[in-house]
Design a protein. Structure first.
Length: 351
C-alpha cells in the first residue's frame, strides 16, 4: 500500500491508494467574499462562529458529528452546507443547510428531496450574483461508489436532483463548483478511472430551472499519476481551476483557465510539495491559497484574469488547518480562529 498524500489541511482530507477519501476536520476556516467584503466561518465540534464584514461575531450550534464543506456570501448574509448522520433513519447520512444574516439566529433550509443512496456528503453551494442558485453533492452507497448530483434553487426550495455523473470504477471525490458569468454552472472533481485519479468536469447549460448537464470528461490528457483536490473559481472571462498532481518529487499545484467552453494553458502553479488549493476571491482579482510542505506553511497568491500570479505572500506555520486570509495594503494576514493564532507576511510582486 502506498499512501498518496498526507493529511490534508483542507478538511483533513485523507488520501489512500488510488482514491481520495475526505475526513472533514472541524477546525478549518472557510471564508466567503461578496462585493469586496469577507465573511469567515470557523467551527469546533458542535459549535460554529461567523465573523461578519462589520466586525461582529455570530455563534451558533451545529448538528452533532456534522461535516461542513461549503460556505458562501449572499446579498443579505450567508449560507453553509454540510452533512450529518441521521440516527432516526437507519444511520443514513443526509445533507443539512443553514442561512442567516448579520444578526439573529440562523435558519435551516430543507435539503433536496429524493435521496436514493444511504450516503449524501460534501455538498457545494452555488451562488450567482449574491443569490443562491443551486447545490451539488456526492451520493451513493459508500465513498467508493459516489456519483455527482445537483439541484437548482427556486428561491423557496430545491428542485428534484439532477444526475451529473454516473458510477465509475471507483471513487469520485473532491467536488468543487462555481457559477460563471454567463449563468452556467461548472463543476470539477477527482475521479478514479481504474488506474489513478483524474480531474473531470461538467457544465450545466440553459436556464436556472431548465438547464442540462454536459457529459463529464477529463480536464487534461490522461496520465498515470494521481490528480487530486480540484478547486474552481469564476472569473470575468470564465473560470480558473487549481489542483495537485503527483510528480516524482511529490505533489505539485497545477493551474488551467476555462474560456470559450474549453480548458486552456495548463501549467504548473506552485513549487514541489504544493497542495490543497482553495480560492478566497474571484472575478477580477482571483486569490488562491495553498499549503506548502517545505517550508511547512501557507501561500496566498493573487492572480490576473489569465491565471498568472501577480504577487504572493508566504507564511511559515506549523498548523495543518487552512487559515482565513485578509489582504491589507502591502501585507496579508492569515488567521486560525479556532487556535486564536495569526501571522502576517508582505506581498511580493512576481511579475
Amino acid at each position: 500500500m502506498r499512501e498518496l498524500a498526507p493529511r490534508t489541511p483542507f478538511g483533513a482530507l485523507c488520501l489512500f491508494v488510488l482514491s481520495a477519501i475526505p475526513c472533514l476536520a472541524q477546525t478549518d476556516s472557510l471564508q466567503a467574499t461578496r462585493a469586496g467584503e469577507t465573511w469567515v466561518l470557523s467551527t469546533s465540534g458542535p459549535s460554529a462562529r461567523i465573523e461578519t464584514p462589520a466586525g461582529q461575531s455570530l455563534s451558533f450550534g451545529l448538528p452533532a458529528a456534522s461535516e461542513i464543506s461549503s460556505f458562501v456570501a449572499l446579498d443579505h448574509g450567508w449560507a453553509l452546507a454540510g452533512s450529518v448522520q441521521d440516527p432516526g433513519d437507519g444511520g443514513r447520512r443526509r445533507l443539512f443547510l443553514m442561512t442567516g444574516g448579520d444578526t439573529g439566529a440562523p435558519r435551516a433550509l430543507a435539503e433536496p428531496a429524493g435521496q436514493s443512496g444511504p450516503e449524501r456528503r460534501f455538498p457545494v453551494l452555488l451562488a450567482d450574483g449574491g443569490k443562491l442558485a443551486g447545490l451539488a453533492w456526492l451520493e451513493g452507497n459508500d465513498v467508493g461508489s459516489f456519483t455527482v448530483r445537483a439541484a437548482a434553487w427556486t428561491g423557496r426550495r430545491f428542485r428534484a436532483p439532477e444526475a451529473v455523473s454516473q458510477p465509475g470504477p471507483g471513487s469520485q471525490m473532491g467536488l468543487s463548483g462555481a457559477v460563471l458569468g454567463d449563468g452556467s454552472w461548472l463543476l470539477a472533481w477527482s475521479a478514479f478511472d481504474g488506474v489513478d485519479n483524474e480531474i473531470v468536469w461538467s457544465r450545466r447549460l440553459g436556464g436556472q430551472l431548465d438547464g442540462h448537464w454536459l457529459p463529464a470528461r477529463p480536464v487534461s490528457t490522461d496520465n498515470a499519476v494521481p490528480d487530486i483536490t480540484p478547486a474552481v473559481v469564476a472569473t470575468r472571462g470564465g473560470a480558473l481551476l487549481a489542483w495537485s498532481r503527483y510528480e516524482e518529487e511529490g505533489y505539485r499545484l497545477r493551474l488551467v483557465r476555462f474560456e470559450g467552453g474549453e480548458w486552456r494553458e495548463e501549467r504548473a502553479g506552485g513549487p514541489s510539495g504544493s497542495l490543497y488549493p482553495s480560492w478566497t476571491a474571484g472575478a477580477d482579482r482571483p486569490q488562491l491559497l495553498y499549503f506548502t510542505a517545505l517550508p511547512r506553511g501557507w501561500v496566498a497568491a493573487e492572480l490576473d484574469g489569465s491565471g498568472k500570479t501577480v504577487r504572493e505572500a508566504a507564511v511559515v506555520a506549523p498548523y495543518a488547518e487552512r487559515p482565513a486570509i485578509v489582504g491589507s495594503g502591502e501585507n496579508v494576514e492569515m488567521r486560525w480562529p479556532a487556535r486564536r493564532k495569526e501571522a502576517a507576511a508582505a506581498w511580493r510582486v512576481t511579475q
